[in-house]
Design a protein around this ligand. Structure first.
Ligand code: XIL
Length: 429
């Protein structure tokens, strides 16, 4: 259950022997290095090409694309290594802290550090128990609902910052980073936005929203979910007929709404980390494969995407994913020269589709999969305590008002066994 996935050991070994070469290629200022890498093998070519693009903005990607070159074949790794200029030869694996008394401390003391996040709700911050556990155990915050389009722009061009500012200011006061969630999403839109139509109208609305929101939070928010959940399958588990999701954005602009959103976001902030985020893409399945190709296309087109968030909602209504499968899946995205992160983790026990024992194993092994990869920059849990979990009342989660028992703390804010398993993984146990 706690063994290191073979894929990770293998890539760590390959990286130890070939990473500095390929990593240099990853830092190349142009995609030219990747062209050379392409002769080394299919995967190496990809790693080289993408590393060449993203190495300019992200030091981590030097490590990442180095692995791509190494796995793709000697030709790719060697050839790119000599021509790269800007790569960061960071460590090929993450080293855990010797000890820690909070998750946050374990994340901060790891080398390289890893962000430990939680979805925070405005109502939660009225509860002292919630507040103190949230700040003690986490150093990364996602507003659970308060930065969505319906909260921030209830009327066209008229913005409402109060609830989001409360969360963001609380996070800053507690030395926590913030991920803006989310700039473009089909869900939780105000009525006026849902009824937009025509390319010009929709493009103007996207631009106005991103400019205003990123502008307002510019000094406090440096990472963004730019586009959320643009892909759909017949089943919420990520299986069946993967395709672009119909939405007000896709219907008006086609797939180019993705590129557009990232380009506008980059214009607003040249150094922010810009992420694509989705659910049930946590291990390999049809949806994950589709998103992989979609993101690979964006990277190849030079769209300014820095990473992919894997929501990691495990259990109904979403997918189940074992640690080794998650590791292999995250690895291929990282090999595109991207950061990866676990962005909304919870594990739903409702209807016993995930047993208590499976839940503990998943928590440990999935956190371990991310922790072992330096390119995996953060792990965010979708809430603090079970009683406040969104799953309890989410249709499809099969809870019918019962507790999903999905998180790390009970309603008295005591640590559950799930917490201990997460801590074990963060400490390399
Ligand atoms: C959820 C919130 O937790 C709920 O309170 C709200 O009713 C619906 O949205 N994927 C996402 C999150 O990206 O924004 C969702 O959050 C959960 C699924």
């Amino acid at each position: 259950m706690r063994s290191t996935p073979l894929t990770l050991l293998l890539s760590a070994f390959l990286c130890a022997t070939g990473c500095s070469d390929g990593g240099g290629g990853g830092g190349g200022e142009t995609g030219g290095a990747g062209t050379t890498g392409g002769t080394g093998g299919a995967t190496g070519g990809t790693g080289g090409a993408t590393g060449g693009t993203s190495g300019v903005t992200s030091g981590t990607s030097g490590v990442t694309s180095g692995t791509g070159g190494a796995t793709g074949g000697t030709g790719g790794g060697d050839a790119t290594g000599t021509s790269g200029t800007g790569g960061n030869d960071g460590p090929a694996v993450r080293t855990p802290a010797a000890s820690a008394s909070t998750l946050r401390e374990a994340g901060e003391k790891a080398n390289p550090p890893i962000l430990i996040g939680a979805a925070i709700s405005g109502s939660g911050l009225n509860d002292n128990g919630y507040k103190s556990v949230a700040a003690a155990e986490h150093n990364y915050v996602t507003a659970e609902n308060e930065m969505k389009w319906n909260a921030l722009e209830p009327n066209p061009g008229s913005f409402s910052w109060g609830s989001a500012d409360n969360i963001v200011n609380w996070a800053v006061q507690n030395g926590m980073q913030i991920k803006g969630h989310t700039l473009v999403w089909h869900n939780q839109l105000p009525g006026w936005a849902s009824s937009l139509s025509g390319a010009t109208q929709v493009e103007q609305a996207i631009r106005r929203h991103i400019e205003n929101v990123m502008g307002h939070f510019k000094d406090r928010v440096h990472t963004w979910d730019v586009v959320n959940e643009a892909v759909i399958t017949d089943s919420d588990t990520g299986v069946g007929n993967p395709r672009m999701r119909p939405s007000v954005f896709f219907n008006a602009l086609g797939e180019r709404f993705l590129d557009l959103a990232f380009q506008i976001a980059r214009e607003q902030d040249p150094t922010a980390k810009l992420y694509y985020n989705d659910y049930s893409i946590d291990a390999r399945n049809e949806k994950a494969d589709f998103v992989y190709e979609m993101v690979r296309g964006m990277v190849e087109r030079g769209v300014p995407i820095d990473g992919v968030g894997f929501q990691m909602h495990i259990g109904p209504p979403n997918n189940e994913a074992g640690g080794a499968d998650v590791a292999a899946n995250l690895r291929r995205f990282a090999d595109l020269g991207l950061e990866v992160l676990i962005s909304e983790m919870d594990i739903n026990r409702c209807s016993n589709q995930v047993t208590a024992e499976e839940q503990l194993t998943y928590y440990h092994d999935i956190v371990e999969a991310c922790f072992l990869m330096p390119e995996c920059v953060g792990i965010t849990f979708w809430g603090i305590n079970d009683g406040r979990s969104w799953l309890n009342s989410w249709s499809g989660a099969l809870c019918n008002g019962q507790s999903s028992q999905s998180l790390l703390f009970n309603d008295q804010y005591q640590k559950k066994e799930t917490y201990n398993r997460v801590m074990d993984a963060l400490l390399g146990r």
